[in-house]
Ligand binder design. Sequence first.
Ligand code: PLP
Length: 402
Amino acid sequence: DSVFANVVRAPEDPILGVTVAYNKDPSPIKLNLGVGAYRTEEGKPLVLNVVRKAEQLLVNDRSRVKEYLPITGLADFNKLSAKLIFGAESPAIQENRVATVQCLSGTGSLRVGAEFLGRHYHQRTIYIPQPTWGNHIKVFALGGLSVKYYRYYDPATRGLHFQGLLEDLSAAPSGAIVLLHACAHNPTGVDPTLEQWEQIRKLMRSKALLPFFDSAYQGFASGSLDGDAQPVRMFVADGGECFAAQSYAKNMGLYGERVGALSIVCKTSDVASRVESQLKLVIRPMYSNPPIHGASIVATILKDRELYNEWTIELKAMADRIISMRQQLFDALRTRAGTPGDWSHIIKQIGMFTFTGLNTEQVAFMTKEYHIYMTSDGRISMAGLSSRTVPHLADAIHAAVT
Ligand code: PLP
């Protein structure tokens, strides 16, 4: 008998499991709205032109070798990543008080940040929004933090539960860590307004709550890299400390390259350099050092003005296609005779996902009868839709709610 005979089967990941189920479905009309990856109007994955160009430049450069990167990753990449999120003019960067390390995409950046906090921060409680990206809970718990929730989404309005958010953060113990989605909140697509961000900032600073930004969609929400980074920059502008985990999965389409960065903004450059030294001790026994290819692509694009401009154009096109899918789905539901309900949240929500408000039973019905796949909380990836598939989805939603 196997020494592992007692191992029980683990459940599929609630998000990645949707694709597993989708792949098993032989139906020609099946539609995968589960996975958070961009698709073209033809339903195909997209490699950005600018990424192909950067890769060509890298391949042609015979001086490039496959040596290990330092524990903290590619130095150029780290500098450029910090500039991208905090802004080129950021005083924190100019004063050299940001510690940035290249990590394995957004998830790895969050995990390294969590492990660092678990070791070096006095208040090991992190408040995460209710609901949030499912992986947050496990990443932070395994990183050694105690996970609590703050109210975020109000099902009644399908908008922000701002009062609940303020109450819960007010009641949090002084010094607690607060996870904030920098933009395009996943799964709800609901973001605070800039005025609300300002209130959140004031409250958090008055209580010495430590902001930990998860920035997985910079540029993907509005189409503007600077616009989407504004909340983060507000927290850096006040001179306080904060964490930011960046991912290039969505905004550069580098999903499988696993390229991201963790930045810790500190009060002084001396603290930042000590923090960086400890980040190395977190990373070294975990995976030694990060991979070189994806970070080289990003650095090549970010440091060349022409490639950078080309990137912003391609990024905006992706964001615009998603925004147009929102409008098309909303129009399809509104103009259809007799689909009950107010679907304006579809066009109000921001980013890759729409939190439809469909319940678990309705989702199961749509999967069974219409071969449409999504997470059981009713979240659909707008990037998985096209003009061709919108009517099919509208039919399914109509049938599910009537
Ligand atoms: N954070 C949020 C909110 C996300 O939605 C995602 C991806 O879906 C991630 C982090 C991390 O993604 P990755 O590790 O692929 O960069």
